[in-house]
Design a protein around this ligand. Sequence first.
Ligand code: UTP
Length: 281
Amino acid sequence: MIRKCLFPAAGYGTRFLPATKSMPKEMLPIVNKPLIQYGVEEALSAGLTQIGFVTGRGKRALEDHFDTNYELEHQIAGSSKETLLAGIRALIEQCSFSYTRQTEMKGLGHAILTGEPLVGDESFAVVLADDFCVHEPDSVLEQMVALHETHGCSIVAVEEVPWEKTASYGIVSGEAVGDDLVRVTTMVEKPEPSVAASNLAVIGRYLLTPDIFEILKSIPPGRNGEIQITDALNEQAKAGQVLAYRFKGRRFDCGSIEGFVAATNYIYQQHYDVGENYPRP
Ligand code: UTP
């Protein structure tokens, strides 16, 4: 059973400068709720209550968000605004939070390896909160956890991207083993469209078996001199131990301005434009 979810959040978020100069991009709000809170809500929806953050500079905002602010709560106690904190309060009550710091930005694989002390020797989830996913009633992570209970191996969420965009993603190829499942044979980080084996791109949801840590320790730096999670997963794939899952739902790349604006409009139209309680907790 998977209980832990790791959130790598140490990247510089350069595409959102100057907003991310002193604040992690995971704190950017979609309407009135930060990306990271949506991510933790998704983890909790899948039954994952032990939350680990791999942070870099600006970690205080993340830590403070998942903590009680007595002064503020005292100020708004008894007012209508109190309900706006109900969602974050529920997360604080139901989850535990731990933090570690990636001191050098050596890539996503390195960030995940930095989280090893928070995970230990068990399968775990990784969520990149800037990939904002929506699906009801079962979240993308819920769908993946259910699959993991059947298959037991590592699982990556994938979606088809336009061919001209393969150079922005980890790209998988393999054999279909079900409607929405591919047993991965190879994974390549950011291939040019001319050499990409498919247009099935890995997005920011992973379920990983704990042997990934030893692999991450043993592989050499890959693309851009960074330790790539794609390279480590490729080692597991050679042993037939990685499934790619075409998830049900919609993903917004909130690491890009266009994706962030699209997600904001989507959530606004879904919840606020129709006169539901405004704003939402
Ligand atoms: P990105 O490739 O989106 O990079 O990282 P970034 O720095 O966050 O954003 P840009 O491209 O400069 O705008 C993917 C995810 O991996 C994490 C990031 O925080 C993000 O969630 N990451 C990446 C780390 O935690 N450490 C790293 O060394 C690299």
